[in-house]
Design a protein around this ligand. Sequence first.
Ligand code: GYE
Length: 345
Amino acid sequence: MRYDRSRLLFAVVFAMALLLEGCSSETTLQQPLPNKTVIEQAQQANDIYPPARPILMGFSQLGSESDWRRANTASIIDSAEEAGIELLFENAEQSQEKQVEALRSFIDKQVDVIALAPVVHSGWEVVLKEAKDAGIPVIISDRSVDVSDSSLFVTHIGSDFYEEGRKAGKYLLDKMSNEAGKVEIVELRGTEGSSPSIQRGQGFEDTLKDNERFHMLRSESANFTFEQGKETMRVFLREHGDDIRVLFSHNDDMALGAIEAIEEFGLKPGVDIFIISVDGTRKAFEKLAEGKINCVVECNPLLGPNIMQAVQELIAGRTLPKRIFPSESVFTQQTAEREVDQRKY
Ligand code: GYE
């Protein structure tokens, strides 16, 4: 399939409804209820669209460190194919340098649009300016970039990581409200300098900071990977053993590694050590259902359809909201069993 008219019609209707909605520069993607005028306008717009050749998009993915990332990559590749968008895909395996190289190669190839899932928060100004000067719009996917000039990208499609950290903190406050004494916490952070690690950590800390009972005993980066999560948890246990009451893990892969370390140490994950994780992968849901994880804050990796819709609207000349959030929930042991079979990743 190249350009499916009904799909395009929906995309244009959606964009127009957003425009009519007016003032808001942030949105959660939901299907709007178009009125008749909007439909007529969309039909007219559809007559001059699609362009003569497939849209060419360069996508720089930051790596393949986790189940979340692999699901994210699959979602983007599949959705591009479905939308008839030609994709140049580069995996940087955690290297910002490689991402900059990939972006420059996309600029050289004069792609129509670039999507970037940035490994770290800062250091993007120069290359984004090069894309802008070449007239190529950039969509930021998943993690955010720290740039003073927000015209260097057209939109950012991804989760609110600060809010995820707050959800984890709120859950803990609620669950531990009856527990006496100090609550000693260890934290497995994600990749240093990455926006989910910075913002999840901050949201969690801000939520607990006014309650003196909660104490952060140790906080180390384990790079969002299973192996480093397991190894770092081993170190925490060797040094603090039974003192640890809570683990806050910035993603599921590290939490799953930590569960193995806790069992090796002879403690019961989910009981002796209360575990809160972020992402919501199928494997984490299984552990949630088994009682080995207590709470999972969802972070949705299936951004492909949102990105392709944004690309098509952009090429059709629409203005996008500056920030687009996928919808997300919090899952507990009670909800895990019901949900586990439905997880797509
Ligand atoms: O939570 C983690 C991954 O950037 C939101 O990166 C993403 C994070 C996700 O590897 O599992």
